[in-house]
Design a protein around this ligand. Structure first.
Ligand code: SF4
Length: 299
């Protein structure tokens, strides 16, 4: 018997599918969109793993194409407008409001805004708070370790992240935090510390993925020169299982595998096989007889 309460099947963690089914009565599909807002960190060279690309299509064209793709699978699909490329609050408050209104006018079921914690302020938080729900802000943290943040040229510290995170919390906004396993020079203990520290913040959602080495990035140069080695699939699965143990059971695990550009992916190639990663994680959790939140400590 599965000991994890937030599951209808063999999953020992709180999946997004479970959350959507029990909150909205079924699946919510994501239409990934590039609002062309860019990112302030690119002006300082960008994160070492970032592959800067721009979708040449207009936002409207992207939305129509995504809706067509999704509706071919499910004609009655609920669709989330996911502004997931670059930093989607890197704009004036007026522009942010305009973007949200655009999604509302399309009839999007929900909105997700991916951004950096250092690109928020009171005015933008108020706009996000007042916008009709469901709305999620996705914040990149990647690691709680400042020396890693410096090494990957993240452009902000953990304290900066906390400022933005707490501002959104004060405004009652749903937050999903992104973390990456396998960052350069990070030990297993450091990755577990990231999950343990994040757990104390009680995030609404978390996305976990392995670091992807994309051709054309600074990380690719490090990888070619032998200065960086990615995690093996076994290591990634084991670390992720242990991170899930630390996270609160209520936190929705919105992703445990990456969705990077497969044509540019140099390593780890095992990450292309999502089914093997997901199956391996289920097996590891069952073998360890563990589940999300088993080691969660409130404070
Ligand atoms: S914050 Fe995101 S978009 Fe900006 S440089 Fe880093 S990875 Fe690229």
């Amino acid at each position: 018997m599965n000991p994890f309460p937030f599951s209808d099947d063999n999953k020992r963690y709180h999946t997004l599918a479970y959350h959507n089914k029990h909150t909205y009565g079924g699946r919510v599909y994501k239409a990934t969109l590039d609002a062309h807002f860019r990112c302030p960190n690119l002006e300082s060279g960008g994160c070492i793993y970032c592959k800067d690309t721009i979708d040449p299509r207009t936002l409207e064209e992207q939305w129509q194409a995504e809706c067509e793709r999704i509706r071919a699978k499910d004609a009655a699909a609920k669709i989330c407008a996911y502004f997931g490329v670059h930093t989607n609050t890197f704009c004036s408050p007026e522009k942010l409001l305009e973007l949200l209104e655009t999604a509302k006018n399309w009839g999007a079921f929900s909105v997700s805004i991916a951004t950096r914690a250092d690109c928020l302020n009171e005015e933008k938080a108020r706009i996000l708070e007042e916008f009709p729900k469901p709305l999620t802000v996705e914040l990149g943290l990647q690691s709680v370790h400042d020396k890693t943040a410096e090494l990957i040229n993240r452009g902000h510290t953990f304290a900066d992240f906390l400022k933005g995170y707490n501002l959104l919390k004060e405004h009652g906004i749903r937050i999903c935090v992104h973390i990456i396993n396998g960052l350069p020079n990070e030990s297993r203990e450091m990755m577990l510390e990231t999950a343990g520290t994040l757990a104390k913040l009680n995030p609404d959602g978390v996305k976990i993925h392995s670091l992807h080495v994309l051709r054309g990035t600074k990380l690719f140069e490090m990888y070619k020169n032998g200065d960086y080695a990615p995690l093996t699939r076994g290591e990634y699965i084991d670390i992720t299982a242990r991170q899930l143990e630390l996270l609160p059971p209520e936190t929705v695990i919105e992703r445990v595998t990456g969705d990077g550009d497969k044509t540019l992916l140099a390593a780890p190639l095992w990450s292309k096989d999502k089914i093997a990663v997901l199956g391996g994680l289920d097996k590891r959790l069952a073998d360890l007889n563990t589940y999300q939140g088993k080691s969660f400590k409130e404070k």
